[in-house]
Each structure stands twice: as C-alpha cells, then as structure tokens.
Design a protein around this ligand. Sequence first.
Ligand SMILES: [Zn+2]
Length: 671
Amino acid sequence: MRPWGSTGCAVPGKILVTGGRGQLARALLAIDGGLLAPGREEMDITSYDAIESYCRGKEIAVVIHAAAVTNRHAEDADEGYILANVIGTAHVALWCRRHGARLVYISSDYVYPGERGGYTEESPLFPVNRYALSKLGGECSARLVPGSLVIRTSFYREMNFARGCADQVTSRMPVAEAARAIHSLALRSDVQGIVNVGRPRPRSILEIVTGEFNRDAASVRRRDIALSYILPPDTSMNTDRYATLMTEPTTASKTQSRCRMCGADTLVRYLDLGSTPLANSYVPREQLAAPEFREELALQVCTSCGLSQLTRVVHPDLMFRNYLYVSSTTATFRTHCEELAATSSRAAGAVPGDLVMDIASNDGCLLSKFMDLGMRVVGVDPAENLAAEANAAGIRTLNAYWSPAIARDVMARFGAPKVVTATNVFAHVDDVHAFVEGVAACLARGGMFVIECPYVLDFIEKNEFDTAYHEHLSYIGITPLAKLVALHGMALVDVEYFADLHGGTIRSFICREGERPRSARVEEFLAREASFGITRAETYRAFAERVLLNKRQLRELVARERAAGKVIWAYGASAKGNTLVNFFELSDREVPVAIDDNPRKWGYYTPGAHMRITGIGELAGARVDYLLLLAWNFKTEIIARCNAARYAGAFIAPVPVPAIIPSTLPGAPVR
Ligand SMILES: [Zn+2]
C-alpha cells in the first residue's frame, strides 16, 4: 500500500459520523459531502449489532463519534446519558477496535473542573455535572482504541438570547468552525490522544451573544439565573496544541528529498514562496479568527532529469476534498476538449465503439466530446460531487483516485481503453510511477496515452511563479517526462504546444515502446530544453532573482499609491492570485476586496490575505482607483468586463514587471 500520493489516499475508506441528525454532523456534511452520517433510525449505537449491520461492507476507515445525549441542564436524563454517552460510545469504540478503524471521539470542555479556566489536555479532570460525567465515561473507552483521538470542545449554532452571563467564560466556537477543525484532525492519523479545540481567546457568554447574535442582550450574572444546576464560571481551555497542529508543518506533509520522476537526490532548491495556506482553502467569515493550515511553498529542480518540484508534499486529502471546487466549463475550454477528442482519437486510430478513459475526468466535459465521436467512455475522478454530476449526465464515471488497482478494475469491467487522457492532473500527482504503471497496465495495443500539463519553460520564461501552489507538485518538461515513461516500457512519441492555454501547455503523446517512431517535434523540444538549460541550476536561480525583483517592485507600487490615498481592489480570487498575494505579503489592509466571477466564492475570504470576495456588481457603487489583475493571464477579457460594468478606474498588472494600465472606458479620468 502506498499511504502517500494522490493515487493512493491516506484515508483509504469512508468517514462515518455518528449522530447524523445533530448540528455537528450537519456542519461536517457541509464540508465533506462524502461522509456517511446515519441518524439514530439507521444506526442506533445503543445496540452493538446495529453498528455492525450498518457498517458492513462500507469500508469505513474513520469514525467521528458525535452522537450523544447533550447537556440538558437537568438531572432527569441519566438513563440517556448512560445508554448513549457511555454504553453507546463503548459500542462504537469496540467496533473501531475490532475493525481497525480510527476513532475520533467528540468530548466536552465540561470534563474539566470549570473554575479557573486555561485547562490544558493534561489538567486534572473533575466533570462539572452529570452530563460531563457521562462524556468522561465515553472518553474512557475511546482512549482504549489504538490511535484514537479525543477532541474536547464546545460549540454553538444559535445563541440569540435576551441576556447573557458576563461571569461565565468559555472557549466555545461556532459549529462550522468546530466542524472544520474536527474534519482536518480526523483525517490526520498522526494526531492521537487528546486535543482541546476552541477559540484561543476565552469569551464570556455575554460577549458571544452581543458580538454575534443580539447586540442588545442584557448583562446578567450567574447568580441571577435561578437554576437547579451549577453554571461553571470558567471552562476555557488552553488550545495551544490545536493551534500548533493547524499551523505548523507536520506529518500532514512530507519532504520531497528525491526526484519524483528519476529518483535522483540531486535536488537544488531555487525559489522560496514562504509558508502559505492552501491556495484553494477559502475562509468563511465566521472562521476568520481560526488558525489556517500553512505549509512551505518552495521549488527545487532535479539537475539529473530537469524536473522542477515542490519541496513539501501536503497530504492530498487536505487539498482535494475541497468543497468550493467547481468544474470550469467556459466556451474556450469546451472548444479545446472537442479538438483534443478529435486529435487523440486520430492519433490512436480509435474508431466508434472503442473505449476512451479520462483520468481526473471532472464533470465529464472531455468525455462528452469523445461520446459525440461514437466512443464508449469511462471517467475516473476522486471528487464525489463531480463524479455524481457526470454520472447524472450519462457519462460513466468511477469515483476514485487513479491507481493500478483501478486500472485492473477498468480492464475487467469495460476492456482495454484505446485512448487514455489525463489533462491538468499529472502535475498534481505525487506517485507518478504508480500513475504511469496503471496506464501501462490497461492501455490497448496500439493505444495512445495523452497528457496535458503546464509547460515548465513558460513557467520560468514568463515568470509564472504564481502558478505554483501546494497542489501543483511538478513543473514538467519533455525531457523528464520522456525519461519517466521509458521506465515503464512506454515512449513519448509526439508533442504539441498551446501557448494560450493555462499560460503555456504541452500535450504529450505516449504509446507502448516500439509501436511508433519518435516525431521530429519531440527532438525539437528536447533540443530546445537542452539549450534552455533545463537541468542547470543557474537557469532557475536567475528566474528566482527576477521573481524577487518583481515582488519588490509591486510592493513599492502598492505602497506609493496607497500613500497617495488610492483604493486598490483585486480581480481574480483564484489559487494563482492567492499565491501571488501571499508571497508578495499583501493583505486585506492593502487590498481589502477581491472580485471573482464564481458566485460560489462570494462572501468567503481568500486564504492568508483574507480579502473579501465579491462579484463585479459591487464595483459600481464603490470608489476604487485600481484593480490589481491577479488573473493577469485573462487581462484583456477582464478589462472588457470592467468596461462593460462602467468601472472608470485603472488597473495594475502585477507580473512580470508591475505596470499601471489606464482605463480605456470613454470619459474615464486620465491618470
Ligand atoms: Zn529527476
């Protein structure tokens, strides 16, 4: 088993959340639609057999045990506490122990004495009431499961009260924020034992109520509330371990110390883009205060084969389960798919009825073009929502990461594909050997494997440093790719180049060795890469110097215009823009707002810089002097859109040399 690599997932099975109707399970489902979240009627944890029968055959790898009878502030709930919180948890723990699943148990801050606050995971326990006692009872069996994790937390959804205690202090957090923390910690099997999850700064109940729900809530004291039970004065927790886990590089990432393609250890580091959050992890407003996962973003080149690659590989589950990810189906993209389907069918000599497979098939746009040509198709994609979307549209799609095992499955079920395509995925793959091995195992005789990926020469020559982000592991040229496929009995026989696609894209045609001669175009590319110096460290050092100069110049330009009282917004809240802004150390102070065309991002904030994302409509009523063109590769289209929206300000092109572009809107002020 390969625990690492996008072709093999560290959580090889499903994640189950108990208490599927509860507020935490619902918040978890909003993050990861692929969770299994049975309610009590489907799986009653007070019966061990019910758990066995629900879970049978589901390949569950992680159980987030959230089901519980909650704190009822009354002592008539004892039977429920015993049945659900103690016995039910023991059943879940037993099931996890017997089936080797990881158990993540959601416990409570109420297991601490609740007097002084600031409790660490090692503090002595003294449950504040009977509910807390039952949660501690659950903890006892949870901790007997090897590798388990106990999360002590407290969260809320609605606290729209007319009054709030000023002398009751807590680390309580919004449920969406708790769910996000629990989800990331659950996926990280290296995190075990106990973790306190809560807001780093304790707040009183009054502060939470007036700050988030009802500004006019009355301030009361605990003694003013006539209740039969004790309200603990201070259950706040020390959340340092949680903050460290979420922010520091950990075993959630690994160091790339040998070349991914040729295996050499001759790696030379050349560009450091800083420790940055994941470029696609957009932040909801209520989570702005929460720590963001960060990892080093730096590039190194293999001087043996010329492959540029990131120094650190973030665990794929942290990146590819992203819920804001949507397929891009622009008209340009559809036209490109149509051309690709025709060209690769021709190259492979495929005829109607032949099988075509697309790896990382997204919503099936490319496969639909092959279907138009009369081919049978099958897609493979790890994003459950996209696979479901494709299947609903009649494009057969397997929901999985590509691997040799899936290759055998495809062969057995559908036969050998005549064409295998992989567009914009190969650069994201860690274990490229398993990826190619899988294709080599299933490709039909005379078939063609077609890879499209961004071209490293453009990356370097056009200063496209902002196309570096944690998902983009390799920066590929023909030299290293030809070397890689040769190791798997295949040959790179032809290549095409698209200057305008994703800043410069190469399309490689790969077949079994000996089936076709190598074209003159491949020789031309190899010669050009040799004279470019693809394996020479100096080539890359010179690039790094240009990028650092670019950073200095843009920061100076922004500082100068801001000092003159100018307002700067950004256009394009993409992964690319996020890399640029974070590396250039710009934040919402300099650039408070980013416009994006994807409505699903509106209302969120960009990772790291925390620019608020909105639609172009907001430009009309705002006083904006400059738009920083983060999607600078779409400069012309964006300027046209802004003109159509009657935006009269100017633009700043950030890369490769920062420049101010005056407005072309008739009647706009001259700058
Ligand atoms: Zn190499």
